[in-house]
Design a protein around this ligand. Sequence first.
Ligand code: ATP
Length: 362
Amino acid sequence: MRLQRRRVDSGNRRIVDGYDTQLRTLFLRNVLYPVIDFAHSLPVAVMLFLGGLCYVHGIVTLGAVVAATLYMRQLVEPLDIALQWMEQLQQSGASLARLEGIGQVATAEPTGGTEPADDRLVATAVHYTYCGRHDVLLDVDLAVRPGERLAIVGPSGAGKSTLGRLLAGTDAPRSGTVTLGGVALDALPAGELRRRVVLVTQEHHVLLGSLRDNLAIAAPTADDDALLDALDAVEAHWVRELPAGLDTELGVHAHVLDAAAAQQLALARVVLVDPHTLILDEATAMLDPTTARQAERSLAAVLHGRTVIAIAHRLQTAQDADRIAVIDGGRITEAGSHRELVAAGGGYADLWRTWHGGPDLT
Ligand code: ATP
């Protein structure tokens, strides 16, 4: 994305900022601790001096001076504790401010109200830009029929992933609309939208908590049988071997899932959500070939009976699709079945020839 220089510069700036901040706090600590130590000793010294004067003038007894000085000394510890509390209060205040910041970022949820009439996903005259300089998607029109398997192909940087995110409602177009059953995606509350359309990428997350917790975020009311069925559907048979079954704690210091199992867990969540449309963006691209084969088998089970929009980096996936949309330079340049596009001899035929490595275009 030609952002290398800017990223390196901003990284360097942050390192310098971090270093300066560390130095400043080190300086403050070097001032604070001697001041605290001095503040602890000062009252004792004052007490000894004044008590000494009073004793010399016969106003108080020596025992009274010693007792008062010792009491003063004993005050140091509770004061220390009070100071530590102050510090903890400040740290808590900073943490709370961060949480409040997150709360402020969340934008107002659409109230919904309008139900999508059907499962048709339609993009009309969609334009999208990342940094306002130039559109990476230009005038994209695309209608996905319910139950259709659509592959989106095109050269690197053409805008495939961007289109996938817009169709999933993760981002909103700069102009134009993306609708589901006649309702704009950004007018649907996030929960409603996710029940209908899910984007599956190569990023899968295992959260700290039990296997049950990890699945229940997709379906909080599902019972154990439903959770186990979802795992079975994606061939995650390893769950039967876990010592505590669904109660097994997952995470770095507990049971660690390998990449394929983590992907299966993510897919089991999709089964539980049961959306009618799935958008796949490189879902298995980062896995090694053996793991990828296993994950693809799991994926096949999830895709059954749903509308699938696959951003296809391997043209084999495109070949099996009902329809292929070719995207180049942010525009849809061709659309049709594999045979139609190969016969048309356009950009897709070129891609296929390059991929296939020979003149045989079937
Ligand atoms: P690939 O096959 O390499 O994943 P793609 O067809 O999916 O590519 P996109 O990732 O959608 O393409 O990117 C389309 C264009 O948008 C590219 O020119 C890319 O440089 C630019 N782009 C993508 N993400 C960002 C971003 N976060 N900020 C700025 N520009 C971006």
